[in-house]
Design a protein around this ligand. Structure first.
Ligand SMILES: CSC[C@H]1O[C@H](OP(=O)(O)O)[C@H](O)[C@@H]1O
Length: 364
């Protein structure tokens, strides 16, 4: 999307057609810094330490990580080793394994001498596919926003709440949950976005707010615990969130706190939709609560906050006693029963195995 009028993707190839460029997202919103990934190890660190994050972008970065690996050593042994190294960077987003499996299957079938070029080509295809998938999600989600607008008085604002960052920074472009919002704004609908700060990594405060401000979308940053109150007072017309892994029966794994938002939405009859690109569907699991591995990140992310100090410098600040450990499950699972619908690139469906198979019959 645009930053001060200039179009960016979140990941792209350098002029040398080998170096991979990314936006170092940990520095946003205070600094827009482009960094270069020059090895498989660079790509692995970027994923693990959340320089890049978001299920689709994690997959795209891993695909380029395989290309960087093949450019260095295209052997079968290194192909296998690269799959392992990149796959262990983060456990929850299924796009990581989806991209790595796709790359390994493709590259295993060709001669080592051809693997580097093929890997870069595949990574580029994965990126372009992601952009088109998210554009379609935006068009399908726009219809939901238009239906809500039609029920409101002319010129009345449509209030949408989103959690974490499922924006263009979480994907290659458009975002998933934000794509319907960008499409609605570009169509002239009067939209306002409640942005959950999303403790502890604050992807909402740091990334979604920055995206909304950069694109000129009216928005308000709120604490994670305010959403239920706003819903009780009729100030939320629609919730749209992203997902890191959705099961074959429609359970949705997403950033910690999503489940609580869904409970509040259900209790207040607020439509709760999940923007779901098909590579994020894990057709091999059904019960998300029992089967999806939940990443436990460093407790320091809870006991400390990173930001800009009064003097303009950036640093970590401790917010709890030295002796207090932090517990930090990074995701939770929202059962399908709490979800109004899934917005995919093929259309909107119920959060159920029947709903998903109606859009993806090839998965029968
Ligand atoms: C479009 S996927 C966005 C998804 O990824 C985020 O997790 P993380 O920032 O830890 O990679 C969050 O769950 C978002 O909804």
């Amino acid at each position: 999307m645009k930053i001060d009028g200039t179009h960016y993707r979140s990941i792209w190839l350098g002029d040398d057609q080998k170096t991979v460029k990314i936006i170092e997202q940990r520095l946003l919103p205070h600094e827009l810094k482009v960094v270069e990934l020059k090895s498989r190890e660079d790509a692995a660190v970027a994923i693990k330490d959340m320089w890049v994050r978001g299920a689709p972008l994690i997959g795209a970065t891993a695909a380029y990580g395989m290309a960087l690996a093949m450019a260095n050593d295209p052997s079968d042994q290194n192909l296998d080793a690269s799959w392992e190294i990149l796959n262990e960077t983060r456990p929850t987003a299924i796009n990581l394994r989806w991209a790595l499996d796709r790359a390994k299957a493709h590259l295993s079938a060709i001669a080592p001498a051809e693997r580097a070029a093929a890997a870069y080509k595949l990574a580029a295809e994965i990126c372009d596919e992601d952009v088109e998938i998210n554009r379609a999600i935006g068009q399908n989600g726009l219809k939901l926003i238009e239906e809500i607008a039609a029920k409101k008085a002319p010129g009345e604002t449509i209030n949408i709440l989103t959690h974490c960052n499922a924006g263009w920074l979480a994907t290659v472009d458009w975002g998933t949950a934000t794509s319907p919002i960008y499409h609605a704004v570009e169509k002239g609908l009067k939209v306002h976005v409640w942005v959950d700060e999303t403790r502890p990594r604050n992807q909402g405060a740091q990334l979604t707010s920055w995206e909304m401000a950069s694109h000129g979308v009216p928005h308000t940053l709120i604490v994670d615990n305010a959403g239920g109150h706003l819903m009780q007072h009729g100030q939320v017309d629609l919730v749209i969130v992203g997902t890191d892994r959705t099961t074959a029966q429609g359970d949705v794994c997403n950033k910690i706190g999503t489940y609580l938002k869904a409970l509040a939405a259900k209790d207040n009859n607020v439509p709760f939709y999940v923007a779901l690109p098909s590579p994020t569907i894990d057709w091999t699991v059904n019960d998300g609560v029992k089967e999806i591995p939940i990443e436990e990140r460093d407790g320091r992310e809870v006991t400390h906050v990173y930001g800009k100090l009064e003097n303009g410098e950036r640093d970590w600040v401790q917010i709890s006693p030295d002796a207090t450990p932090g517990g930090n499950p990074a995701f939770d699972v929202t059962p399908a029963r709490l979800i109004t619908g899934l917005i995919t690139e093929r259309g909107v469906c119920a959060a159920s195995s029947e709903g998903l198979k109606s859009l993806f019959p090839e998965q029968e």
